[in-house]
Design a protein around this ligand. Structure first.
Ligand SMILES: Nc1ncnc2c1ncn2[C@@H]1O[C@H](COP(=O)(O)OP(=O)(O)OP(=O)(O)O)[C@@H](O)[C@H]1O
Length: 558
């Protein structure tokens, strides 16, 4: 059991999300006055220990502390109460009420879709929680079934919204600095995707998606990649499922309006949903049915949505897409994830192919145009850069011819060898372009190289343009090096070098043998007692004598 602060002991993990791990924990002693709920020793609580990368980010710690009072004062029957915040060393933790029950996502998976009435009533309670938090100026921004815990109460399921403030904590310059975001693609509001200012209307959009998922078992927008889902949020209209009664569809359709200014307030949404639930049930009377049919009148656009403080025009980092999800692997109910926003690995859908290129749906027109806080609104959002870079890359691979010596990827450090001045080679003539299928690379083998592999684009810090390559200024040919001079004497005598070497060797041998003769007991062993030079001349005389004898005997033989 691991202590958290001095007041809590972690017992067992309940689950792990993108922002941290939730533990069942026990209160060791009563918390201090700074806690919203002091608690009793032995009481069971849930503690979300935030991930280390969040906890070690000073911006997030600051934000955590700044938002302490907001988080602690959010109390509502449908909001999981935050009892205490613990900041200790590298540890950030939220102490919450323990909710004994599954989350809505798990419940949905295990039990299938809700009836329209049950879905309307469940969403109405969640909307109550949203209305209360919006009234307090807090926008959730990560509404999804996994963030709704179901408290079992007298055989009833009581929804409790959790993770308030977590999205906001993760929306930190620290994360954006490292180009990472937190996100739940299936629930992203169009304005969040576009980087337009966000208001409480993003939560109403999330409530519309949730309502749709409760009735049908799946969110309205799906796709094989996260970017595909994003694009649907931006431009596709949700399809009406056949099982959804007219009044309920009216509610969904209003919540899912692309224009946030056309969505109702959370308060009116809750009211409208209850009217609908009364009017579509089997026991509904005529007045209730009529009221349900006229629900549209209750869902007037919210005249004063709560703004998301501190992020004017910023893209919602809580909902950025994992663009590296491989084809077919995208889970619409995926957890909020902290993800690099790089384009995907091999096999990921090409964003330029996924996103249409025209009109309002032009990705360059609609994709978020803001990034980290403080970024100028007209600077391209990282997504924009990413998509543009990906498109540029495709275009380049389609049209560009690069001679090997001009290809920056092939250029290697080259040893400069002194060569006679060469005539500058004529620039390679562009070859006649054969029509290429889109995206196909030029056969690099034309230049005697193996074909170049397509490059995966990660991380896209800057759109990398490989073409048109600025005509590289030709390097001036290096000056021919002066011939190396081996000797200071410019006069060359053939064989002199060899003669010098021989003489030098002889001198060395003579000196060495003299030293050996004089300094070692060699002359005693040989027993002549003569000095070095005497001995040498003695040997020389003998050799001369033998030579004469040899010559004489050879001459006499003739
Ligand atoms: N107060 C709580 N009481 C009991 N269980 C909880 C509580 N809060 C969270 N849990 C459980 O802990 C698990 C992890 O929760 P967490 O919020 O970290 O993950 P998540 O919501 O699935 O992921 P994400 O980080 O995407 O929001 C979930 O299964 C959730 O049901």
């Amino acid at each position: 059991m691991r202590p958290v602060g001095s007041k809590y002991l972690l017992e067992e993990p309940l689950g792990r999300g993108a922002t941290g791990t939730v533990w069942r924990a026990r209160q060791r002693e009563t918390a201090g006055a700074e806690a919203a709920v002091p608690g009793q020793p032995g009481e069971t609580v849930a503690i979300k220990v935030l991930k280390e990368e969040l906890a070690s980010d000073p911006d997030i710690v600051m934000r955590f502390l700044r938002e302490r009072s907001v988080l602690l004062r959010l109390t509502h029957p449908n909001i999981v109460r935050v009892r205490d915040l613990v900041v200790e060393g590298d540890l950030l933790a939220l102490v919450m009420d323990l909710v004994d029950g599954p989350d809505l996502h798990r419940h949905l998976r295990e039990n299938g879709p809700f009836t329209p009435v049950a879905a309307a009533l469940m969403t109405a309670q969640i909307s109550d929680a949203l209305a209360a938090s919006h009234a307090d100026g807090v926008v959730h921004r990560d509404l999804k079934p996994a963030n709704v815990l179901l408290q079992q109460h007298d055989g009833q399921l009581h929804p409790m919204l959790t993770d308030f403030g977590i999205a906001r904590l993760a929306d930190s310059p620290g994360l954006t600095r490292t180009h990472e975001f937190v996100g739940t693609p299936a629930y992203i509001a169009p304005e969040s995707a576009e980087g337009r200012p966000q208001t409480s209307a993003v939560d109403v959009y999330g409530a519309g998606i949730l309502l749709y998922e409760l009735v049908t078992g799946r969110p309205p927008f799906a796709g094989s990649t996260a970017l595909e889902v994003l694009h649907q949020h931006l431009s596709a209209e949700p399809r009406r499922p056949s099982t959804v009664p007219d009044p309920l569809w009216t509610v969904m359709e209003r919540c899912l309006r692309k224009n946030p200014a056309e969505r109702p307030s959370a308060e009116n949404l809750a009211r409208g949903l209850r009217v609908v639930a009364d009017g579509i049930g089997v026991h509904a009377n005529a007045a209730q049915i009529a009221a349900a049919e006229g629900v549209g009148a209750l869902l007037a656009p919210d005249p004063a949505p709560a703004a998301v403080p501190g992020v004017p025009g910023a893209a919602d980092p809580t909902q950025v897409l994992p663009t590296n999800a491989p084809q077919g692997a995208y889970d619409p109910n995926a957890a909020t994830s902290v993800l690099p926003y790089t384009s995907g690995p091999a096999g990921a859908a090409d964003p330029t192919a996924v996103l249409p290129n025209t009109g309002a749906a032009d990705p360059t027109a609609v994709l978020p145009n803001t990034g980290p806080q403080g970024q100028q609104p007209d600077q391209p959002h990282p997504w924009q850069s990413q998509l543009r870079a990906a498109r540029d890359r495709n275009e380049q691979t389609q049209i560009q011819y690069l001679a090997p010596d001009e290809d920056p990827l092939r250029r290697r450090p080259q040893r400069q060898v002194a060569r006679p001045q060469q005539q500058p080679r004529p620039a390679p003539q562009p070859r006649p372009q054969r029509p290429q299928p889109r995206g196909r690379q030029q056969p690099a083998a034309d230049y005697g190289y193996p074909p170049q592999q397509p490059q995966h684009y990660a991380p896209p810090q800057q759109p990398q343009r490989y073409a048109p390559p600025a005509p590289e200024p030709r390097r001036p040919a290096p000056e021919p090096r002066a011939p190396r001079q081996r000797s200071a004497n410019p006069t060359k005598i053939p064989g002199l070098g060899c003669l010098k070497g021989c003489l030098f060797t002889i001198v060395i041998l003579v000196v060495a043998s003299w030293l050996i003769w004089e300094l070692t007991p060699l002359q005693d062993w040989i027993g002549t007692g003569k000095g070095y030079w005497d001995q040498l001349s003695d040997w020389a005389g003998r050799i001369g004598h033998w030579a004469k004898e040899l010559g004489g005997s050879a001459g006499g033989g003739n």
